[in-house]
Design a protein around this ligand. Structure first.
Ligand code: PLP
Length: 402
């Protein structure tokens, strides 16, 4: 059975993890920092902060940007729940702006048309790995005083062309903070894991603090355990404000969002293989596109004119006109499954989830393009270890549906 996505773990990956298992640090050791430096370098950002998963990275992005109660956060309905849930964690109101029918990403035009003044941040999601129109989204958001968070969980290692040069996701100037996921189904994996990248030193520092309970051990940042008034009090036991090597201060409410050295060893090992993963994914996408181009009941994924060669594809999602082939989506998925071909539906529009409908009163018709996309979408197997035979088998199975 071919799943829609799957990790690739080499013997070298395993060796690299085992090496750390035999070392002094299992968590928060040298591998974390090395992974952060290498990842930041790969995307072309100043800072990378690695955390236990990308949901945590999105939550920290909200925290360090000061998003909170009374703020609105707009994201795409065509995404995994985490892009929107992160806003709720900080007390903000999640909201959705529709996708466009070409890229299946946030439409910058609709974002501008439906803008509400309490919007503090936009979370732009690069669906399937295809980059959003970041320059336009940033123009709309920033000219209205809002931040731009890019949820690039699908697009690790990918990029686009703008202003006649190439940019990597995470390394361009049109996002304030970018997040990536290393869940096994994504382009590279650490088991669970995620990272946020930014050029802003203060935000990176704050994210590191919040990643580990808001604890600082840097005495230069200490404010002390008693206030100035207390210190003149003769009854105060001496030594309460003594600074020593045991000291740490909690100045903010943080979390345990740490990632382990084991995971970062795997991350470094996978990062070295990332170009090869992306290359293989592109080859498979190109072969699928060619094979499916003549089917009048199937629409292959969009092909960006300029940036085609730079996309890191996470998903291969086609739109199927189920009416034309006289089968329901369930029947199609069942038929494919019986041929050993897995498929998945990504995504149910987030605003239609029962929690969002009951809590925020959202409903059908709020984002008609995303709702129409959902009714036709089907993601086919795409992962680097697919053999040429696997790819041809998927093609034959899909073409046989019509
Ligand atoms: C996977 C994913 C996330 C969450 O990533 P985790 O590492 O599983 O927390 C967020 N946004 C998008 C678009 C994703 O695909």
């Amino acid at each position: 059975m071919l799943p829609y996505g799957r990790q690739s773990i080499s013997e070298q990956d395993i060796e690299n993890v085992v090496r750390v298992l035999r070392s002094d640090f299992l968590t928060s050791g040298p591998e974390v920092e090395k992974f952060e430096v290498e990842f930041a370098e790969m995307v072309g950002a100043r800072h990378a902060v690695a955390v236990c998963n990308a949901t945590a990275a999105l939550h920290l992005a909200m925290r360090v940007l000061g998003v909170g109660r009374g703020d609105r956060v707009i994201t795409s309905p065509n995404t995994f729940l985490a892009s929107a849930n992160a806003a709720i964690y900080v007390g903000a109101t999640p909201d959705f702006s529709d996708i466009d029918g070409e890229s299946y990403n946030l439409s910058a035009d609709l974002l501008e048309e439906n803008w509400l003044p309490d919007t503090k941040a936009v979370v732009a999601v690069d669906y399937a790995g295809l980059p959003c129109n970041m320059p336009e989204i940033a123009r709309v958001a920033r000219s209205r005083g809002a931040y731009v968070i890019e949820d690039a969980c699908h697009g690790t290692g990918g990029g686009f062309i703008a202003g006649e040069r190439e940019w990597k996701l995470g390394g361009h100037p049109w996002a304030d903070i970018t997040t990536f996921s290393f869940h096994p189904v994504k382009t590279m994996t650490t088991g669970e894991g995620g990272v946020l990248v930014t050029d802003n030193e203060e935000w990176a520092k704050q994210a590191r603090l919040l990643r580990s309970h808001g604890i600082t051990r840097d005495s230069a940042d200490f404010v002390g355990f008693t206030d100035a008034g207390d210190q003149t009090n003769d009854d105060l036991p001496s030594g309460l404000n003594e600074i020593g090597p045991w000291c740490y201060e909690m100045q903010e409410l943080g979390y345990n969002y740490r990632i382990t050295d084991l995971q970062c060893a795997l991350g470094r090992s996978q990062l070295a293989r990332l170009p090869e993963f992306i290359q293989r994914r592109r080859q498979i996408v190109a072969r699928y596109n060619e094979a499916f181009s003549d089917l009048n009941w199937l629409t292959p994924p969009p092909r960006p004119e300029l940036s085609q060669e730079l996309v890191s594809w996470h998903l291969y999602t086609v739109l199927i006109d189920f009416g034309k082939i006289g089968k329901t989506r369930s029947e199609v998925m069942q038929e494919l499954r019986s041929l050993g071909v897995g498929s998945q539906v990504l995504y149910i529009p987030v605003h239609l989830q029962p929690y969002y409908r009951t809590t925020y009163g959202y409903g059908v018709g709020k984002c008609p393009v995303a709702e129409g996309f959902y009714l036709k979408a089907l993601s086919l197997p795409l992962f680097p270890e697919m053999t040429a035979g696997d790819v041809e088998h998927v093609i034959e199975s899909v073409c046989g549906l019509g």
